[in-house]
Design a protein around this ligand. Structure first.
Ligand SMILES: [Zn+2]
Length: 391
């Protein structure tokens, strides 16, 4: 990869509503990007769309699969892709693929894996369940075999039919790696470990498979319940980091290790069906989300580390950590944002992209076409010009 790559994240409905050719002409000409990364599967959105003439300005969708599945690809799976309602019977991917090829823009799939209420509603048996047995309304369990087969089949289906340069998997692990997008009400704080314990999945799949692997799930569940009930009764946060809590709770520490193995083996399973490069979004860690990126690294082509924090030194640290996990900066990509917050002007974005290039990274993704006012395409163009000069 010699040339510096700048991809813009994009929702397919924004392309379709604004006109695929018009948008791609604008991205090529005004933003100077080398590619786009378009959602193939996502969680629900309630999006303010600022672009001229786009209708509606407030777009709402329950999310789901952003493509029409090829039925033959799912003959062996019990779950099927839940197609987003806005698509009805249409499928924009042939038109998108051809329009990208015509303009020499690379095309990526941006696949949000476990976070998605549309799929959980259709297949409640696949949901994450907390220690009290209560289902998570928007998160599928990555240990559930039907969930795993569905994800693998979608990746095989997409990479087999369309000329993706890469498929990016986001939120491929358990919940907890990301700040929640919606804020459920609570009249008190559970603290860092309290919040973390609430994310732990004890669904039937986790209980059965961990038990099969020799993990004492009942002991891990008992410890989880004991700590949470104490927090609920006292109303006092359990604010030690999970790393500290688990040092005194061997059953939880073993359960954390088992969860990490589940996520890494899922990525390995998906990769065996993927016919293009596989790129994993780096979110969370061994505790939050169950993601051990050093283990995941051997099953993917690159890690994207999202850094939407302009604090000095933060980008350098994020790139160094990801490079350490994947064994080299040549397999690190960086995600940045042109949205406010964090980005307030072109200078911040230019500085971040320039710094990324100086660190030896050769691929940046920027968030996100449909969310930013059109004027900011100029910010992206300036950033890409500086980065190319740096390389
Ligand atoms: Zn589970």
């Amino acid at each position: 990869m010699g040339q510096f790559q700048i991809n813009l994240w994009c929702y397919p409905w924004d392309l379709v509503d604004e006109g695929i050719d018009d948008v791609l002409d604008r991205l090529r000409g005004e933003a100077g990007v080398t590619g786009i990364s378009i959602a193939t599967h996502c969680h629900g959105v309630d999006q303010l769309r600022p672009h001229a003439g786009v209708s509606p300005h407030r777009f709402r969708s329950r999310g789901g699969a952003q493509f029409q599945p090829d039925a033959d690809a799912y003959l062996a799976t019990r779950f099927r892709p839940v197609v987003a309602e806005w698509l009805r019977k249409s499928d924009p991917w042939t038109a998108i693929s051809e329009a990208c090829a015509k303009r020499d823009l690379s095309l990526r799939a941006w696949h949000v894996c476990m976070h998605g209420s549309a799929t959980v509603d259709r297949y409640p048996a696949g949901a994450v369940k907390d220690v009290f047995g209560e289902p998570n309304p928007s998160w599928l369990c990555p240990a559930n075999l039907d969930v795993r087969e569905l994800l693998r089949a979608m990746v095989a289906d997409l990479s087999g039919r369309f000329p993706f340069e890469a498929i990016e998997l986001e939120q491929v692990g358990f919940p907890g790696g990301y700040p929640p997008r919606a804020h459920p009400m609570a009249g008190f704080s559970c603290g860092r470990s309290g919040d973390w314990l609430r994310t732990l999945c004890f669904c039937e799949s986790c209980r059965q498979l961990a038990g099969r692997d020799g993990v004492d799930v009942d002991a891990a569940a008992a410890a989880t319940r004991r700590h949470l009930e104490r927090v609920f009764v006292a109303g006092e946060p359990l604010d030690v980091p999970p790393e500290e809590l688990t040092a005194d709770e061997p059953s939880l520490s073993i359960y954390v290790d088992w969860r990490c193995r589940q996520v890494a083996s899922l990525v390995q399973h998906v990769r065996s069906a993927c016919r293009c490069r596989l790129v994993i979004h780096r979110d969370g860690d061994r505790y939050r989300g169950g993601a051990d990126y050093s283990a995941i690294a051997s099953h993917c082509d690159a890690l994207i580390t999202v850094c939407d924090d302009e604090t000095p030194g933060r980008l350098e640290a994020a790139v160094a950590q990801a490079a350490d996990e994947v064994g080299g900066v040549d397999r690190v990509e960086v995600g940045l944002s042109a949205c406010t917050p964090p980005c307030v002007d072109s200078a911040g974005l230019v500085a971040a992209v320039k710094k990324t290039a100086e660190l030896g990274v050769r691929s940046v993704n920027i968030c996100q076409y449909g969310l930013i006012p059109e004027k900011r395409l100029e910010w992206i163009r300036q950033a890409s010009r500086y980065a190319r000069r740096e390389v």
